[in-house]
Design a protein around this ligand. Sequence first.
Ligand code: ZN
Length: 272
Amino acid sequence: MPLDLSLNLATVRMQWKLPQAVEAAARHGFVGVAPWREMVEETGIAESARIFKANGVRVTGYCRGGLFGAGGRKNLGAAIDDNKRMIDEAAAIAAEGIVIIAGGLAPGSRDLSDTRAMFVEGLAAVLPHARACGIPLALEPMHPMYAADRGCVTTLREMLDIADLLGNDGLGIAIDTYHVWWDPELAVQIARAGKRIIAHHICDWLVPTRHMLTDRGMMGDGVIDFPAIRRMVEAAGYHGVQEVEIFSDYWWGRPGDEVLSTAAERFKSVCQ
Ligand code: ZN
């Protein structure tokens, strides 16, 4: 039975390379996968596209672009060019969108507001190319603990303001439970996002969290109310696939098939 679930391939990146991970995802009933750029580069773009097709899986997202200010103003042009290349790659692998994060401060910088400004400028610069290629950009606000090094845009409200500023055309919103579950405005901002929601990522917030990046939880092992967030997302108009995305030293240490069977089981028992 196919699951309305996609596998972010980072979830099993220590166990498998792209070909094995995609084959395993299909075998466990996942309808899609979300590959990372370095995995696609390692396998080759044409070969990756062939593998997705041969296994009958959708490519629900391509990870990840944005990060326009992370190299500072002097590298903004290069970051824009790199994002345009990524849009071409996404088209070549028939990805349904690109996950875009805001990026952190450039080395040595303390200017968070200019980093945010560069994110908006970079997005504006790549949007025409994304539209021309038919690749929507899924803007993902990140948990505030990543503001310095990964995602200087930390709330749905702020990300939606940016999408509004840029006219929304070609832009969507990625709701990642790990990043937004704590937000007191969550219900209001998900409703505001409405049809702009084009991705719904799931993983749990563990208590305690022992590592900022690599201690994300399997659904059901932490404190996130997945059915409540899914109800908000569906009420807003998104009924699409959910994508399990877990960076975890624990799960990277388990056999890949155990990770996928656990994720599929938890999706059924915890997330709906
Ligand atoms: Zn995500």
